[in-house]
Design a protein around this ligand. Structure first.
Ligand code: GLU
Length: 472
């Protein structure tokens, strides 16, 4: 385990302790919330060609104060128990902050997906799922996995199929995993959800004129310069949506192969296509490549968005940051020590447990859809559409004026599933940010948004425990 990885769980615990001091909650209750409730460590053999490989994997359920527990599954050669424990803990706080009624969990399989064929990955995923079923670590009311780094809808479809084979007759079986392909019980808008949530979260933060003036920025996302680390699922959608809907200028992108920069802005959608064709972001027209890949941290910009892995901004490089805002799209990209250094310089760190909660929020919608056995919008879409059409008729009759067809089609429209999902996500991110901001304003002793976010979570989790009668 590398030094950076070892720091991740420590950093999560240190952040918890720092916020817990301000909570006024009893020590015993805080201790119960802090620890991981169940850690399942497994080793299983998978036949690869003529030989067997032993795969190391985990599922950690951090908190059972609400069920099911929820969180993604990571496929990476860097996976280790402490990392999964850190990620599971973050899921608990994340769910509480956005009022998603789940406990936190996370899974990890120590494999590098790049090294295996699709068939081999399917074997590994199915075997991992069987292990989870055997120990009752998966199920619609027990623990519901989702995608994370190195996994996506394809892996979720394998998990669902394995679950259904072994749990034949479970009428709610579809809800055993989220992030599924839409034609396999998934929900429209899940794939983009984390990135879209990052956009809504940042847009809300940027909308407060006074808060922005305090760090020398004008309000609003339009024309803000952004640098993104990671062009995976989260980074791609964050970049595209901030650019297209927020009018931001993406001036730098960092990936495994290097970092590119352009002060005039990079068209993220075109860059994603370019990378698919050439296998690299380097050489994208109109951009220059930095000599040192890691220098993305030091690029001139308003907002820096690490959207890859944990422990990227540490005590070693925090001093180099020139941005005014760091948006944690990844889980744990800024260590606790680095955050102290950034805060001392007046830089705002928008914490992961709020900013990247869009993924689990839409997972919650998907889970509800699966349990209701019906697509969102099916009942009301036509009713709404007919009502709006009637209203338009009345307006035209009373005013004697015709509304243009273009305006009419914009107004006379019932919501599709994706409209409702986006609306629910937008509402969730705005409400959560307002809660966190209010706590930060009220409690003068708090120095970071992360402490405020933790307090928002701790209050909700504590009240759940008290209702359970566990703590009087
Ligand atoms: N892996 C994502 C996260 O870290 C999503 C989890 C989920 O949808 O359950 O938040």
């Amino acid at each position: 385990m590398s030094h950076k990885q070892a720091r991740f769980y420590e950093s999560v615990l240190a952040n918890f302790d720092r916020a817990a001091k301000h909570s006024g909650l009893p020590a015993g209750l805080l201790a119960q919330i802090r620890e991981c409730n169940a850690v399942y460590q497994m080793r299983f053999p998978v036949k690869m060609g003529n030989s067997y490989e032993v795969v190391e994997a985990y599922r950690v359920q951090h908190s059972h104060h609400r069920l099911p527990t929820k969180g993604g599954i990571r496929f990476s050669h860097l996976v280790n128990q402490e990392e999964v424990m850190a990620l599971a803990s973050l899921m608990t706080y994340k769910c509480a902050i956005v009022d998603v009624p789940f406990g936190g969990a996370k899974g990890g399989v120590k494999v590098s997906p790049r090294k295996y064929s699709e068939d081999q990955l399917e074997k590994i995923t199915r075997r991992y799922t069987t292990e989870l079923i055997r120990k009752n670590f998966i199920g619609p009311g027990v623990d519901v996995p989702a995608p994370d780094y190195g996994t996506g809808p394809r892996e979720m479809a394998w998990i669902l199929d394995t679950y259904n084979q072994l749990k034949n007759g479970d009428i709610d079986g579809l809800a055993c995993v989220t992030g599924k392909p839409v034609n396999h019980g998934g929900i429209a808008g899940r794939t983009e959800a984390t990135g879209r949530g990052v956009y809504y979260g940042l847009r809300e933060l940027l909308s407060y004129e006074d808060d922005m003036a305090a760090i020398g920025l004008t309000a609003g996302m339009k024309d803000k310069t952004i640098v993104i680390q990671g062009l995976g699922n989260v980074g791609s959608y964050t970049g595209t949506i901030c650019q297209k809907e927020g009018g931001a200028k993406i001036v730098g992108i960092s990936e495994m192969e290097g970092t590119i920069y352009s002060k005039d802005g990079i068209d993220v959608e075109k860059l994603i296509k370019f990378r698919k064709q050439t296998g690299s972001i380097l050489g994208f027209p109109g951009t220059e490549t930095l000599e040192v890949r890691e220098d993305w941290v030091a690029l001139e910009c308003d907002i820096l968005i690490p959207a890859a892995l944990e422990s990227q901004i540490t005590a070693d490089n925090a001093d180099l940051v020139k941005a005014k805002i760091i948006g944690e799209a990844a889980n744990g990209p800024v260590t606790d020590v680095a955050e102290d250094m950034l805060t001392a310089k007046g830089i705002i760190v928008v914490p992961d447990m709020f900013l990247n909660a869009g993924g689990v929020t839409v997972s919650y919608f998907e889970w509800l859809k699966n349990l209701s056995h019906m697509r969102f919008g099916r009942l009301e879409k036509r009713f709404d559409q007919n009502t709006y059409a009637n209203i338009m008729d009345v307006i035209e009759k009373t005013t004697g004026k015709k509304v243009s067809n273009r305006d009419k089609s914009m107004i006379v429209r019932g919501a599709d599933e994706v409209d409702l999902v986006r609306s629910g996500l937008e509402e969730t991110m705005i409400t959560a940010y307002k809660e966190i901001r209010d706590i930060k304003k009220r409690k003068k002793k708090l120095s970071t948004l992360r402490e405020a976010a933790f307090l928002s979570a701790l209050n909700k989790i504590a009240s759940d425990y008290m209702q359970l009668g566990v703590f009087p």
